[in-house]
Design a binder for this molecule. Structure first.
Ligand SMILES: [Zn+2]
Length: 240
């Protein structure tokens, strides 16, 4: 487990955020927003086999992805993702094309910047979504690439807003996507815009309503009951 006795946000240098600090910031942001969401992130960070993270001062591979539970090479080829996993990353760390089948895993090159922290939050978002979907008997195959990205950007938006309330509006370049760009199944601008909108909706809800809203955004069928994670909520978190 990590030591959660975290320093205040102003105590870190935005240009050099140690990985452990980045993890704690992500967990605190999600915990503050919704305790169950925080517990889900905590569970993923506590399981080293779900995170293959390298640290580099400068981008080397640019690796950042989350392999959903049970994904196959054919799935990757079908989604034009296979390219990301071939030779450049065959270094003993970013190697597995198949997650071991039971849980989503994250491959990530962390570069200590606040942007890198937000991208890590994005990949954690994919893993959280995958956990929620599997608890409902679904999988990533039940969602379009657009839906899956929106789920990850939703989590990224929560963390970005925690770091700086203006971060989302600035970084999303916040131009509503045109009809043309919306027609693309993989338009990041549209995914981000929609996710920030969902974040604002969730933020406006009372805490008692927020969990169910979040789970629906993350892929739970709206009719299903709220899912209690199979692990305890944190009691020892010092919020940022
Ligand atoms: Zn993504």
């Amino acid at each position: 487990m990590y030591n959660f006795s975290m320093s205040k946000p102003q105590d870190y240098d935005e240009n050099f955020i140690p990985l452990d600090v980045a993890k704690r910031i992500i967990m605190s942001a999600l915990e503050d927003f919704d305790p169950i969401l925080g517990a889900r992130a905590r569970e993923i960070f506590a399981n080293g086999h779900r995170l293959r993270i390298t640290e580099e001062l400068e981008q080397r591979t640019g690796m950042m992805n989350c392999l959903p539970a049970g994904i196959t090479i054919q799935d990757l080829k079908d989604r034009d993702m296979y390219f990301d996993f071939v030779e450049p990353f065959d270094n003993g760390i970013f190697i597995e094309h198949n997650a071991d089948g039971s849980e989503a895993i994250i491959n990530f090159e962390y570069t200590y910047s606040v942007d890198s922290l937000c991208y890590l939050a994005h990949e954690i978002g994919h893993a959280i979504a995958d956990d929620i979907q599997r608890a409902c008997g679904l999988s990533f195959r039940d969602f379009s690439p657009h839906e899956l990205e929106k789920q990850a950007y939703f989590i990224q938006s929560i963390v970005a807003a925690h770091i700086d309330p203006d971060f989302n509006t600035e970084s999303a370049a916040f131009v509503p996507a045109s009809e043309t760009s919306l027609s693309s199944a993989f338009n990041r601008e549209a995914q981000r815009y929609e996710a920030v909108g969902a974040y604002k909706q969730a933020a406006a809800l009372a805490a008692s309503q927020r969990t169910a809203f979040i789970e629906t955004i993350m892929g739970k069928p709206a009719c299903a009951a709220t899912i209690t994670p199979p692990y305890p909520l944190a009691e020892d978190t010092v919020h940022l």
